[in-house]
Design a binder for this molecule. Structure first.
Ligand code: CMC
Length: 434
């Protein structure tokens, strides 16, 4: 819970001399906020903040980012510790319930998720309706939205049990939905989940096993997948999470809200960046051309941006990118792959970080910069990269959605605007229009 601070901010209308005291609220750590909720009622003015660069939209106890120091905490635990010592389902439990589970709680949670991984058989018909070359994110938006047509018993947002069942279903079914999207694009049969496998192993199995031969699990890849899921599990009020909250604020059911989040994640400025990084590295092709692309990224007349670089909140190294780079080396070494794209990426990072433009603007690699290289090594085509991000982020989205529904101060999200269109004017009949 936030606490009122005894300090206030004063706002003075210079034209009238009217003065308003704005309350200040403190969180646990991080900057305090100026509470402007009564501003319009008292002053007749709105705040104006397109892109929400100075706006806190909600109270949340899930995730904390210190962008200046490059710190990311989930429920107080450092992402580096979670990535090294925990597992994705343990982190999922932590995000959903607020505490790490004890042994019995963990086993019961794993069992519940494992027993919700199958999809309603009729959903298979949905896949057949898509073109084979459909982008898997398009399939994800459609199929996840359609879950609300299949699981009516968990769409009552006012029932805490239904909310929890919807959360379990989403976390459990996302890998199945994602793997089916991939298999559909290849024209291969879908694989049913295997309950003896862990979450990450089962996902790899559903993605890569074929009926013609026995699938041999590579523990290094399973660990890398688990870590990748942990690194993407939640990230406070980013565009897709805010989309989920905004969709949910009207009372929409959780499956529809998560489909909205997937749509928002798809864009190249957000989750689509990992696909864009690989496309960029392929286009650059050789170290000799890096300088040319760094120059393009700095040119204000050129829309090109260095993909996988920069972040709205991190003005330091994204802590997830460090773990991702380490994971990238482990995977490539295990698979015996010497990918020139990794050398190219590291050289890109070196050149960009020596460049005054990137230094001045605190532009560092973000989580997406190295993830594409690992995923490519693991056998994923680039259009599946954002899908993996969506699988991982589902738990963050649904935990944030639950937190919002349980917040007694929750209201429908309804921003206002600065209107710049014409004022009221008379309707002109067509024969009198010039
Ligand atoms: N390449 C070149 N210049 C950049 C870049 C970049 N990747 N990112 C920011 N800048 C410049 C920008 O032009 C601006 O310069 P100036 O002050 O001279 O106008 C300054 O840095 C600040 O940028 P901004 O656009 O105001 O920052 P933002 O917070 O609105 O945007 C961002 C953040 C992530 C959208 C942006 O950095 C970007 O487009 N990066 C590339 C895409 C990317 O990697 N996205 C993944 C983000 S992390 C994972 C996720 O959230 O999904």
């Amino acid at each position: 819970m936030s606490k009122s601070n005894s300090a206030t901010f004063s706002l003075i209308n210079d034209a009238t001399g009217d003065k308003y005291a704005l309350p200040v609220l403190d969180g646990t750590v991080g900057p305090s906020v100026i509470d402007v909720r009564r501003l319009y009622a008292e002053t007749g003015h709105f705040t104006y903040d397109p892109g929400y660069t100075s706006t806190g939209s909600c109270e949340s106890a899930l995730t904390y980012i210190d962008g200046d120091e490059g710190v990311l905490l989930h429920r107080g635990y450092r992402i580096e510790d979670l990535a090294e010592k925990s597992s994705f389902l343990e982190v999922a439990y932590l995000l959903l319930n607020g505490e790490l589970p004890n042994g019995q709680e963990r086993d019961s949670f794993v069992d519940t998720i494992t027993h919700h991984t199958m999809l309603h058989e009729q959903l298979i018909n949905f896949y057949r309706g898509f073109r084979r070359d459909a982008h898997p994110m398009a399939i994800m938006c459609g199929v996840v939205g359609a879950l609300s047509a299949f699981y009516h018993d968990s769409t009552d947002i006012n029932d805490p049990h239904a909310r929890m069942v919807a959360s379990y279903r989403l976390v459990a079914k996302m890998p199945t939905i994602a793997a089916m999207a991939y298999k559909y694009s290849l024209g291969q049969p879908f694989n049913y989940p295997q309950n003896e496998l862990s979450y990450a192993e089962n996902f790899l199995y559903m993605l890569f096993a074929v009926p013609a031969e026995k699938y041999v699990m590579n523990p290094v890849l399973a660990r890398a997948m688990d870590r990748l899921l942990i690194l993407h599990a939640d990230h406070e009020q980013n565009a897709s999470t805010s989309t989920v909250r905004l969709a949910g604020s009207s009372g929409a059911n959780p499956f529809a809200c998560i489909a909205a989040g997937i749509a928002s994640l798809w864009g190249p400025a957000h989750g689509g960046a990992n696909e864009a990084v690989l496309n960029m590295l392929n286009e650059v092709g050789h170290k000799d051309r890096i300088g040319e692309y760094v120059k393009k990224a700095k040119d204000k007349d050129d829309p090109f941006r260095l993909m996988g670089f920069g972040h709205r909140v991190y003005k330091n190294y994204d802590p997830r990118a460090k773990v991702m780079m380490q994971s990238c080396h482990e995977v490539l070494e295990d698979l015996g792959i010497d990918d020139p794209l990794l050398d190219l990426a590291m050289e890109f990072e070196k050149l960009a970080r020596e460049d005054e433009y990137f230094i001045e603007r605190n532009l560092y690699p973000n989580v997406d910069f190295y993830s594409g290289i690992i995923l490519k090594a693991m056998g994923f085509p680039s259009d599946m990269f954002t899908v993996l991000f969506a699988v991982a982020r589902t738990v963050g989205w649904i935990a944030q959605w639950q937190e919002m529904i349980e917040d007694p101060t929750q209201k429908i999200g309804r921003p206002r605007q600065l209107y710049t269109g014409p004022d009221q004017r008379p309707y002109v009949p067509v024969e009198k229009r010039g």
